[in-house]
Write a protein that binds this ligand. Structure first.
Ligand code: PLP
Length: 473
């Protein structure tokens, strides 16, 4: 790979050809081979949002006053979503670059509130299954995270919450649902406890916010999880997930402007003019906001309902097929089209199955604590569900017949991680690996780039070396 920018430019055809070649090893997610990360309706929808993105491709929405059109589009997305999330009059919200930014803003707002009350090391309470974006925000903002235990169904245990609340607690979080297993935390009970102590309660509906309203509208009963719960003060919901927008768009909605005011930033004396933002970003891509609007407006309520219905049916079909396999169990009570499964008593070894599935061309999301495999099931999986289940059955038979495989591949990796004396060692190695993706020197970038998709493989190699070293001692 050349280190300097090539002298001669390329035509559009040449560019596309080169990029296409680079993509040849990517997972074919449109054919349902991946079970996470991509949120897709169909080609028709894709064309609509791409065209909308294109319309506002160059527009910079750093300041809502420059483009009245984008301001209007953002406003409408916020208003439609607010009604979907049952927000009361007086709500305040904005679009951000993604779930992590929405979460950062909420944590930041909570910290500012704490500061105004003289709390030096404020705390947030987060279920063990809560998204890492909260811990990342807390680390940046010098706050402490207190972890709320989850039960065997992976839902937060509200009775333990009271013991974690103190005068330093400035935010409590619940997931609707949690990403790993698709289960809903007991939002009502948790929010009530927080409200009784005057503590804000955030619902992380990044993955569920644009799905659960339709789950309910389709007649499934869910425990209340949105602004209908009086103690809920804010909700994050990602348009770039089940809002089917372009990547780079999430919604942050507050019950009122009290917390919003805490994450506004203004510098009035900057020589470049008065600078003011409500979120973290400066430049904001007009395209992502236009695509968000086009996605909601293009599908309409009926489109969302129909898509949700297909997704739920696909998930329920896959779930019943997996439940029919005696060696497997679904974790907890998934509330939408996200779930995780594991082998009963970890027999046979789940990660031999995972390696087997990967060899068959499936992208597999391995999770731990407890060991399980993640599935986000959507419309584009419908044609491959039977193939997947067949491969799972064959993989289980393979795992039973070849138990020694647990010492190879990622099976060994996760087995080892479960036994490692300290998570700190793994963290250290992963940091080292991530660093190598970005740092020039020792040729690391050139070597690392082809290996990025298999970073688990790199970690694996390190852990196997570590294992060998340990065995020799
Ligand atoms: C429940 C939940 N919260 C937060 C996030 C973070 O969102 P993002 O990756 O857009 O920053 C995710 C992402 O999957 C999520 O599932």
């Amino acid at each position: 790979m050349s280190r300097s920018l090539p002298e001669k430019g390329l035509s559009k055809e040449e560019l596309l050809q080169e990029m296409q070649a680079l993509r040849s090893d990517d997972v074919d997610w449109r054919s349902g081979r991946a079970w996470s990360l991509m949120y897709y309706v169909d080609n028709d929808h894709q064309e609509k949002i791409e065209a909308a993105y294109q319309q506002f491709f160059s527009e910079n929405f750093v300041s809502p006053v420059t483009f009245a059109s984008l301001q209007r589009l953002e406003r409408e997305v916020v208003d439609w979503s607010a009604s979907m999330l049952n927000a009361p009059e007086g709500y305040a919200g904005l679009l951000t670059s993604g779930g992590s930014e929405s979460i950062f803003l909420v944590v930041w707002a909570a910290r500012e509130t704490a500061r105004s009350r003289g709390i030096r090391k404020p705390e947030i309470v987060l279920p063990a299954t809560g998204h890492p974006a909260f811990r990342k925000a807390a680390a940046i903002l010098d706050m402490r995270v207190r972890t709320l235990t989850v039960d065997k169904d992976q839902t937060a245990v509200p009775v333990q919450l009271s013991g974690l609340l103190s005068r330093k607690t400035v935010l409590v979080v619940g997931s609707a649902p949690s990403y790993p297993h698709g289960v809903l935390d007991p939002i009502r009970e948790m929010a009530e406890l927080a409200q009784n102590k005057g503590i804000p309660f955030h619902v992380d509906a990044c993955v569920g916010g644009f799905m659960l309203p339709w789950v309910e509208a389709l007649g499934h009963t869910l425990e209340p999880w949105d602004f209908r719960v009086p103690g809920v003060t804010s909700i994050s919901a990602d348009v770039h997930k089940f809002g089917y927008g372009a990547k780079g768009c999430s919604l942050l909605l507050h019950r009122n402007d009290r917390l919003l005011k805490q994450h506004l930033y203004v510098q009035a004396d900057w020589p470049g003019g008065i600078y003011a933002t409500a979120g973290l970003a400066g430049t904001r891509p007009g395209g992502a906001i236009a695509a968000a609007w086009a996605s909601l407006r293009g599908l309409g309520r009926s489109g969302f309902l129909a898509t949700a219905e297909t997704n739920l049916k696909a998930a329920s079909h896959l779930r019943s097929q997996l439940e029919a396999i005696p060696e497997l169990e679904i974790i907890g009570k998934p509330c939408m089209n996200i779930m995780a499964y594991r082998t009963r008593g970890n027999v046979p070894d789940l990660f031999i199955l995972a390696d087997f599935l990967e060899e068959r061309g499936w992208q597999v999301d391995r999770q731990h604590k407890p060991l399980c495999l993640h599935l986000t099931v959507m419309k584009h999986h419908v044609p491959v569900i039977e193939d997947y289940v067949r491969d799972v059955r064959e993989g289980l038979a393979f795992a039973k017949n070849q138990p020694e495989r647990s010492e190879q591949g990622t099976a060994a990796l996760y087995g080892l991680m479960a036994r490692l004396p300290t998570g700190g060692m793994v963290r250290q190695q992963v940091r080292q690996l991530v660093r190598s993706w970005y740092v020039k020197g020792e040729g690391s970038r050139e070597r690392a780039i082809p290996e990025i998709p298999s970073w688990q493989g790199q970690l694996n190699r390190w852990l196997l070396r570590f294992n060998r070293w340990r065995q020799k001692r």
